[in-house]
Design a protein around this ligand. Structure first.
Ligand SMILES: *Cc1c(COP(=O)(O)O)cnc(C)c1O
Length: 390
């Protein structure tokens, strides 16, 4: 059996080596390292793939979130509601811009922002909601957009983990994750579903005016050379990363399918085990096809495959997998409202029952495009052995 890795970027590279090496060599030949033609080409291809009017490439996903908030003109003191159970980047940029983060609990099935909790958190100062499409599945965008419309709020999608996923509306129509809110941010960090070979990110929007504003902000607030109309940042996607991404984008749907296939095998083996809750695909499409992870739709792209261990033995399972040379991850072990940087007297523990439970129960199994059946059988066998006990 091949050595099991949490993420196998080397194995994936083997399958695309020629295209990637050629694309990088072309950039070297042109010496257009920043904002070269590769960046423009990738931008256009991603716009087509997502059916979104504007993709604005930038240096990383954290910048993408920050620039999106700057572009919307959010001001110090404005309240921005986001999920308590996510990677810190989301709340970090809110705090950096001196906006007021308002962390709310998540849904126990999807791990995504809880709509009722958002409703409760809205005040006259609320200006935006940042749903994070955690682990590869969209938050309930239809409900969030309706809520945002009612209260005049912006919706900023944190799409760092769900690029390529579809969201199905109640009428059966679908849109790509990141093309539904007023603006979205994504990351091309190497281990993300569409990963570069270094840092990268992008902002998406269908709003022409906002796109224009954002294109200036990423480049020192310049709309005309050496005319600085707004305070901007330096956040550009370099051409070598764009070349890698351009070579990988045509593979993205195949990569998502490979991840979903692995997830389906994991779930088939683990779903009837006591003390284990397998991830749920909660979506209108799942209702339509009556299957948790169906073959035909793309609602979940499994950036992570995350189990809940309900008998209090999550940490022991982490240890047991480690002893069997199976890597795993705990995303995320501490809720943001209890992180030193973001703790605040405003928060009441009673408002975070789900996050507080999830941080004790979640464990993410190896998930990438190169997992083979032998590895999955070994991993699930090892998990089952543990939960069954001696
Ligand atoms: C990875 C990630 C980010 C940040 O992206 P970087 O490119 O690493 O800056 C933001 N939000 C979420 C949910 C992420 O997973």
């Amino acid at each position: 059996m091949k050595k099991i890795q949490m993420v196998d970027l080397g194995g994936q590279y083997e399958g695309i080596k020629e295209q990637v090496n050629l694309a990088i060599a072309e950039v070297m030949e042109t010496s257009a390292f920043i904002n070269g033609p590769e960046v423009q080409t990738f931008q256009t291809q991603l716009e087509d793939y997502l059916s979104v009017k504007h993709v604005i490439p930038c240096a990383n996903g954290t910048d993408a979130l920050q620039i999106a908030m700057m572009g919307l003109g959010l001001q110090p003191g404005d309240e921005v509601i986001t999920a308590d159970f996510t990677f810190a980047a989301t709340v970090e940029v809110i705090a950096l811009l001196r906006l007021t983060p308002v962390l709310v609990d998540v849904d126990s099935d999807t791990f995504n922002i809880d709509i009722e909790a958002v409703k409760k958190a809205i005040t006259p100062k609320t200006k935006a909601i940042v749903p994070v499409h955690l682990f590869g599945q969209c938050a309930d965008m239809e409900a969030l957009m309706a809520l945002a419309k009612k209260h005049g709020l912006f919706v900023i999608e944190d799409n760092a983990q769900a690029i390529g996923a579809d969201y199905t509306f109640k009428d059966g129509s679908t849109r790509k994750a990141g093309s539904i809110g007023h603006v979205a941010a994504t990351s091309f960090f190497p281990s993300k579903n569409l990963g570069a070979y270094g840092d990268g990110g992008a902002i998406f929007t269908n709003d022409d005016n906002l796109a224009h504003t954002l294109r200036g902000i990423v480049n020192h607030g310049m709309y005309e050379r050496y005319h600085h109309d707004v305070v901007g940042v330096n956040s550009r996607l370099d051409s070598i990363q764009a070349a890698v991404l351009r070579a990988k984008l045509p593979k993205l749907d195949g990569y998502c399918n490979a991840r979903r296939d692995a997830a389906r095998r994991y779930s088939a083996a683990l779903q009837d085990q006591e003390h284990i809750i397998v991830p749920k695909t909660v979506n209108y499409c799942a209702e339509l096809c009556d299957e948790n992870i169906c073959d035909t739709c793309n609602c979940h792209v499994f950036h992570q495959y995350t189990l809940r261990v309900t008998n209090g033995k999550r940490d022991a399972l982490v240890k047991h997998l480690g002893e069997n040379d199976i890597p795993c991850g705990v995303y995320y072990p501490i809720p943001l409202h209890r992180q030193k940087a973001y703790a605040d007297d405003r928060y009441d523990e009673a408002d975070f029952p789900v996050t507080n439970q999830l941080v004790k129960e979640v464990i993410s199994l190896p998930m990438h495009t190169e997992l083979d059946n032998e590895q999955i059988v070994f991993i699930t066998k090892t998990v089952i052995e543990f939960v069954k006990g001696p």
